[in-house]
Design a protein around this ligand. Structure first.
Ligand code: PAP
Length: 322
């Protein structure tokens, strides 16, 4: 892939003096795509992201009413964004309505990312009414201090690392698959060298917080959401302060929201089949198969075993398992 063919989000941008100095002091590795990743606070980022991370670490002011959705890329961010948006706004927007904002917008357009928002008047986070819905891929250690100190809520969603790797790989290379890249990127993922990796450290940071501070951090797994979406949606609603009432249960609001946000519904909407986000991503790229265990169709038994062994070793006796 030529540099000019890179998606907009990965093209190099002006970086500040502070960021340039930081970058020159950081360990570096080749990215999965042309360019480099830099290890900052223990996690790997392209230089363009580092600038954005520094900016939000320096400037972002959290509020107690904020709701954060935290994920590693390709863990189910789009799905959870849709569910949280539908839950919080269900009195304004009927989940059954064909006029619902999720019918005419990609979930990412309704739910901004902390570190990718421009620091100017177009900043969707700063201008939203409370509760502000904010997504981030940042590891716990890199959250802005104001978020760490605030009473805001954090919902963390992660996914089996074998499916996470597969989804990440497809997202990077679906147009240009090569065996060489498949093996090379698997080796990198195994060493934790991928966007916001290492996978295990990212998940463990939030897992431990969810045990120490269950009123602040709710920890979900994609596989559990798939298996019992109704009860997880209820738990989510309760946690973010928008519990489902008895009356709402009586007219099946949970099922209505699940249907609105389902893979089949969202992926077939015209708005998600065509066009690009402002970031340059094809909207359709957020919807591939949306299944648990697709790794079985792609990873060799040896690869699967390797990731299982790393997972066992890294997660140890933490209580977190996949
Ligand atoms: P992001 O972090 O870049 O926003 P994210 O939404 O986390 O991406 O990941 C996309 C994955 O979620 C895709 O998984 P796959 O490659 O294994 O198919 C995508 O299909 C899946 N996904 C998107 N929307 C939904 C949904 N409504 N329900 C279940 N899975 C979904």
């Amino acid at each position: 892939m030529e540099k000019s063919d890179l998606p907009k989000y990965l093209q190099e941008e002006e970086v500040s003096e502070e960021c340039r100095e930081l970058i020159s002091s950081l360990p570096t590795e080749k990215d999965w795509v042309p360019g480099n990743l830099y290890q900052y606070q223990g996690f790997w980022h392209p230089s363009k992201y580092l600038q954005k991370i520094l900016t939000c670490q320096n400037q972002f002011q959290a509020r107690a009413s904020d709701i954060f959705l935290v994920t590693l890329p390709k863990s189910g961010t789009t799905w959870l964004k849709a569910m949280v948006f539908a839950l919080v706004n269900r009195t304004t927007y009927d989940p059954k309505s064909t006029q619902h904002p999720l019918v005419s917008n990609n979930p990412h357009e309704l739910f901004p990312f902390l570190e990718f928002e421009p620091r100017n008047d177009d900043n969707q986070v700063d201008s939203s009414p409370p509760p502000r819905l904010i997504a981030t891929h940042l590891p716990l250690v890199s959250l802005p201090e104001s978020v760490k100190k605030s009473a805001c809520k954090l919902v963390y969603l992660c996914r089996n690392p074998k499916d996470n790797f597969l989804s990440l790989w497809h997202w990077h290379f679906s147009n240009n698959p090569t065996t060489e890249k498949w093996e090379e990127t698997f080796e990198k993922f195994s060493r934790g060298v991928n966007l916001y990796g290492p996978f295990w450290d990212h998940a463990l940071g939030y897992w431990k917080q969810s045990l120490e501070n269950p009123e602040r951090v709710l920890f979900f797994k994609y596989e559990e959401l798939k298996e019992d979406p109704g009860n997880h949606l209820r738990k989510l609603a309760e946690f973010i302060g928008f519990p489902i009432s008895k009356e709402e249960e009586s007219f099946n609001v949970v099922d209505q929201i699940l249907e609105l946000c389902s893979f089949d519904h969202l992926s077939n909407l015209e708005v998600n089949r065509t066009g690009k986000l402002l970031s340059g991503h094809n909207k359709s790229s957020f919807f591939r198969r949306g299944e648990v265990g697709d790794w079985k169709n792609h990873l060799t038994p040896k690869m699967a075993q390797k990731l299982d062994e790393i997972t066992k070793e890294k997660l140890g006796a933490s209580g977190l398992t996949f």
